[in-house]
Design a protein around this ligand. Structure first.
Ligand code: FE2
Ligand code: FE2
Length: 158
């Protein structure tokens, strides 16, 4: 398998994941609107299909992020990276365009998303920090144990 095959397939999986994820949220939204319009049967089919789209999206994710490759720290780092991209690059650029196009509702929406993405990034970063500190504490405890064990061994040799 050549490198380009791998990267195309990864890109395709990312697109497929995006599509299935969007279908899930769109169908749940349509279900809500159908129910408000009194179309209960259609709403139920949209909801059932939405759940199947989630299963499709998860299948793609398992190939993109194999479970055996994931640690809690890695997942937190990926989340911080994604949210940081949103509030530092993506939404500011979208806000700029919305402003140029005088779409004030969209500007307000982008501003709201900048704040929320930053909150999400901070929340994940705090957990990542906590995990790193726990790891550092654990290693220092282990170092102390190892030191004491060595002292005991040395004492016995005397
Ligand atoms: Fe699907
Ligand atoms: Fe977010």
């Amino acid at each position: 398998m050549s490198d380009s095959t791998v990267s195309h397939t990864v890109k395709n999986l990312e697109s497929a994941f995006a599509g299935e994820s969007m279908a899930n949220r769109k169908y749940l939204y349509f279900a809500r609107q159908c129910r408000a319009l009194g179309a209960e049967e259609v709403a139920a089919v949209f909801e059932e299909t939405a759940h199947q789209e989630t299963a499709h999206a998860f299948g793609h994710l398992e190939l993109l992020y194999p479970p055996e490759s994931l640690t809690v720290e890695k997942m937190l780092a990926l989340a911080v990276e994604g949210e940081t991209y949103e509030y530092t690059e993506m939404y500011p650029a979208f806000r700029h365009t919305a402003l140029e196009e005088r779409n004030h509702a969209a500007v307000a929406e982008m501003d709201e998303q900048i704040v929320e993405s930053q909150e999400h990034a901070n929340r994940f970063a705090a957990l990542l920090d906590k995990a790193a500190k726990r790891f550092a504490a654990l290693t220092s405890v282990e170092k102390r144990h190892a030191g004491r064990y060595q002292q005991t061994l040395d004492a016995r040799k005397k």
